[in-house]
Design a protein around this ligand. Structure first.
Ligand code: NDP
Length: 325
């Protein structure tokens, strides 16, 4: 039997984790011959709820689930982990200012960054899902000085697959016909879903759809999809977010197919004029676990303006938590 791989999930009693954990235990991340240890981190008041989730995981008798470790201590949770899903984050409460939300989550991710730096496997891959995901990833990177910044990435995968799905529906093509959509910027409503480089089969996507549809329907539909799901379901997207988290991590493990890319929040190297270090969603390719920002894409005035707005928002977020960097 292969040696079990250590995977940590934070916010393990939350909605997203309720889908994510069962899929990890079924082998959807690393395959059907790779046993795993699930290390589940929660805040102390949520441990009771988490106990119920653990009962359900045990009840499934997953052959690949070697062991479950439940804890409210980050040092236990992150010990030796190769894959880290940082899902837990404080939700915005009524009357809370955006700056308070940023600050409270930044404190959580600063602490987790420090512990990951100390006790995780040095080759750890960390996916930040908890919002504000880009800035939470930035703060974790800054607090993990012994790890390369590219161990950390933030999730734009659900926005990416939402864009694929909307374009496929419009063109009446299967999603497999679509490639190279891009989500630029922040995982917020400011994000820029870009079709200028997307293809449907081998045709330019923008030659197949009306310009007005792209501007007035496609972009806002992708940007506000999360809000629409909450309106319809009364709860935020959870199963699709869990699916995206697995897709993101699988792409880090298995790489991108030749000629294609995905969107991920990664520390900028200055590409496309985005200030160095800012965690910004770019089109990226992955080869042998290495993340590379796709270079040389032409950006028109419209796209440049959208990138600029995203940069400004992320710089503002960074400013609000600069004392923790
Ligand atoms: P969810 O599981 O629904 O969401 C978790 C986080 O993922 C939220 O910040 C959410 O942001 C974010 N998110 C990112 N992308 C998406 C997306 N596309 N769709 C939906 N959500 C997305 O939250 P719950 O409140 O159910 O669970 C969070 C858990 O975290 C709780 O059990 C809580 O106890 C725990 N927690 C743990 C902490 C820790 O580990 N120290 C600290 C605080 C909480 P958004 O809210 O903007 O939707």
């Amino acid at each position: 039997m292969k040696t079990p791989v250590e995977i940590v999930v934070t916010g393990a009693a939350g909605h997203i984790s309720y889908s994510l954990l069962f899929r990890l235990a079924a082998g959807e991340l690393l395959g059907l011959d790779q046993p795993i240890v699930l290390r589940l981190l929660e805040i102390t008041p949520a441990l009771n709820t988490l106990a119920g989730v653990v009962m359900e995981l045990n009840d499934c008798a997953y052959p690949l689930l070697h062991k479950i470790i439940v804890t409210d201590d980050p040092e236990v949770a992150f010990q030796g982990v190769e894959y880290a899903f940082l899902v837990g984050a404080k939700p915005r409460q009524q009357g809370m200012l955006r700056s308070d939300l940023l600050e409270q989550n930044a404190a959580i991710f600063a602490a987790q960054g420090r512990v990951i730096n100390q006790v995780a496997n040095p080759k750890v891959k960390v996916l930040v899902t908890g919002n504000p995901a880009n800035t939470n990833a930035l703060i974790a990177i800054k607090n993990a000085p012994d790890l390369p910044a590219n161990c950390f990435s933030s999730m734009a995968m659900l926005d990416h697959t939402r864009a694929i799905s909307q374009l496929a529906l419009k063109c009446e093509e299967p999603v497999t016909a679509i490639k190279n959509v891009i989500i630029w910027g922040n995982h917020s409503c400011t994000q820029y879903p870009d079709l200028h480089h997307a293809k449907v089969n081998d045709s330019e996507a923008l030659s197949l759809v009306e310009h007005d549809w792209y501007i007035d329907q496609f972009i806002p539909t992708v940007q506000y999809r999360g809000t629409e799901v909450i309106k319809a379901r009364g709860q935020s997207s959870a199963a699709s977010a869990a699916h995206a988290a697995i897709q993101h991590m699988r792409t880090l493990v298995y790489g991108t197919a030749p000629g294609t890319w995905v969107s991920m929040g990664v520390a900028s190297d200055g590409s496309y004029g985005v200030p160095e270090g800012l965690v910004f969603s770019f089109p990226v390719t992955i080869q042998d676990g290495q993340i590379s920002i796709v270079q040389g894409l032409e950006l028109n005035e419209f796209s440049l303006e959208k990138l600029r707005i995203n940069q400004e928002e992320l710089i503002e977020e960074r400013q609000a938590i600069k004392h923790l960097l």
